[in-house]
Each structure stands twice: as C-alpha cells, then as structure tokens.
Design a protein around this ligand. Structure first.
Ligand code: TRP
Length: 340
C-alpha cells in the first residue's frame, strides 16, 4: 500500500449528505463519476460526507435520510463497489483523529481566508450583526476535515465543483506543512474540475440548483418527472415556427441525455418548428428511458436500508485497510507513541 510513482493515480470525492440528488447532480457529477470508476483505470474512492452534513444541517432525521438516499442513488445507478471503495465518512474513526492532528498544524490565517467562512462573516457585517454571529467552529474549520478526508487516502485527483477548489488547495497546503515538519506521509492532492461536465440548466434556465428551487427530481415518480419536464421554461413560439435550439433549456436538457444522432435529430426538429409540447414529451421519454431501470432499483434499495448499511460497512472495512496503517504512521510521526 506504499505510494510509488507507478501506482495508479487515485481519485477521491465526497458527497455531503444533505438533500436529495436531482437531475443536475446526476448529469454533472454522479453519472461521470460512476462511468469513470467503471472504466477502471484508476482507483476511486467515493464517500458519504456525513460529518460535513452536520455543518449545514441540524435535523438528525434529515442527515440520516439523505445518507440513505444518496447511497441508494449511487448504488441504483450502478456504482461497482468492487472496483471502487464506497464508504461513509463516520465509519472511519481515523478521519476525525487525523482532523485533530491536522488542526494542530493548519494555520488559522489560512482558514480565515476560506470562502464559506468569509461569506458568512460578510453577510453578518452587512446585516449589522456581530461578525461571528451563528458561525460555528465546524464551519470555520471545515477545510481541515476535508483535508483529512483527502490526505487519509493519499488521493491525487479530487473531482470537485469550482466552489471546492480552494478547499483542495488548502488540503495541499496542510499536507505540505505536515510533510515538512514531521514526515513525508501525504500525497499532495490536486483539484480536478471537469470543464466539459455538463452544467445542467434548471426549470428557469439558470444552473439547476437546490438553492434556486428549479430542480428536476432524479428518482421521484414517473408522473412527477413528466410534470417537472412540462414546467421547463420556453417562449411563445407556436408550432410550425422555427425555434432556436441554442437558447433553449429544453434542447440543453435533451443534449445531456442524447447521443450525437439524437442531438442532430432534435436540432433539425427545432428548425422545422416542433411544438414545445411535443419537444417536452420527447424529452421526458428520453430521460425516463435512461432512468426507469435505475428508478426501480432505487425504490428497491430504499425499501431495504439494511442492505445499504451492510454495503457501506463492507466499504468502510476496505477503506480502513488504508486509514488504519496510515494513521499509525501519523501518530508515530507526531509523537503519540507507546512509552516502551
Ligand atoms: N465539501 C464538499 C462539498 O461540499 C464535499 C466533500 C467533503 C469533499 N469532503 C470531501 C469533496 C473530500 C472532495 C473531497 O461538495
């Protein structure tokens, strides 16, 4: 398990367990991650970041529910848990242990510059509140927990959204400091931002995001999926009037689910003036074709949390084959040692 130059580059990413995955999460993150893991050229680690969820969410049932939903989603979509290591953060006691040790070498000044913390302080200042109003230590030191997630598994490549690049850079900084002060134990990670990954538009044409309330559900009922697709914003052009695909959310969604021939087909249909109702009907059918098998599997899994629990525990067992030995070295390196 020693790192060597020939070792495959290891990929690791975490999913915070708040909320229910939507179509934008699927197209932008989950589908490409599962496809990359299936291609099997690299070791992939995927985990449910439930300790991170506590920073944003103080509803225990919601944290638990979201953990179940996200695990069921990844499994229903075909994540191969033999090829990748799939686990729940809180099943790895070495992560909080490493977090503390990293806390002791991470500079407070570095954390002061974290975007999420700075945004909270700024919002407080604008509202005339104390700058630290409602800012928890969890929010403030969150990048250190994230550094522990990454450094624990000596991951090289961290696929993340743009908002997380800074956190990966902080992990790198923290690793460098530790390696310099104690022992060369950590790999220096890099953020990987996929510029080609589709950023899916939501119902109103803005980026699909829970915070804009414009999402299309991933695994709700077929009926609700159809309803949501029907709500995608269009313009007032009548059937028979040519429509511009490149400014259309319907077309953009179509492209996320169609191959090259399908894209050419719909481009042509727009030029020929396909009615919005018809375009949406076809869009719904295309999405539903891709999702109906996984949806059934999702429902089956959601009804069997015991199975998911056992999959996650097995994943944690595999993850700990890495974390336990590394943690032993970290403890030794900082002087947490037996006295004999
Ligand atoms: N903070 C990330 C997010 O909100 C989730 C996350 C937690 C993560 N730990 C990680 C991502 C480690 C990559 C690597 O999206």
């Amino acid at each position: 398990m020693e790192y060597s130059a020939e070792a495959p580059r290891r990929v690791l990413t975490g999913i915070t367990t708040t909320g229910t995955p939507h179509l934008g999460n699927y197209v932008g993150a989950i589908r490409p991650a599962i496809a990359a893991a299936a291609a099997g050229e690299r070791e992939s680690f995927f985990f449910l970041a439930d300790y991170h969820a506590l920073i944003k969410c103080s509803d225990p049932d919601q944290v638990q529910r979201s953990t179940l939903e996200i695990a069921a989603t990844w499994l229903a979509l075909g994540l191969d848990t033999q090829k990748s290591v799939f686990y729940r953060q809180s099943d790895i006691p070495e992560i909080p242990e490493l977090t503390w040790i990293l806390n002791c070498s991470a500079a407070k000044g570095l954390m002061n510059r974290a975007h999420a913390y700075k945004a909270a302080v700024q919002a407080n200042e604008e509202a005339g509140e104390d700058p630290d109003f409602a800012v928890t230590m969890g929010l403030f030191s969150y990048p250190v927990l994230m550094a522990a997630d990454i450094l624990m598994f000596r991951a090289h490549d961290i696929p993340v959204g743009r908002d997380q690049i800074q956190h990966v850079e902080m992990a790198r900084d923290i690793a460098q400091r530790f390696n310099h002060n104690f022992a060369e134990l950590f790999v220096l990670p890099e953020a990987v931002v996929d510029d080609d990954a589709a950023v899916l538009q939501g119902l109103d044409g803005r980026k699909m995001s829970k915070s804009y309330n414009n999402t299309i559900p991933l695994f709700d009922t077929e009926k609700r999926l159809r309803k949501a697709v029907n709500k995608v914003r269009t313009n007032l052009l009548e059937p028979g009037e040519p429509k511009d695909p490149d400014s259309s959310t319907v077309f953009q969604l179509w492209c996320a689910f169609a191959d090259a021939d399908g894209v050419a087909y719909m481009r042509n249909a727009f030029a020929e003036g396909i009615a919005w109702g018809e375009a949406k009907k076809q869009l719904f059918e295309r999405i539903n074709d891709e999702l109906q098998g996984p949806r059934q599997e999702y429902e089956r899994l959601m009804a069997d949390p015991g199975h998911i629990e056992s999959v996650l525990r097995a994943g944690a067992g595999r993850a700990r084959e890495y974390s336990v030995p590394l943690m032993a070295k970290v403890r030794d390196a900082v002087g947490i040692r037996a006295l004999t």
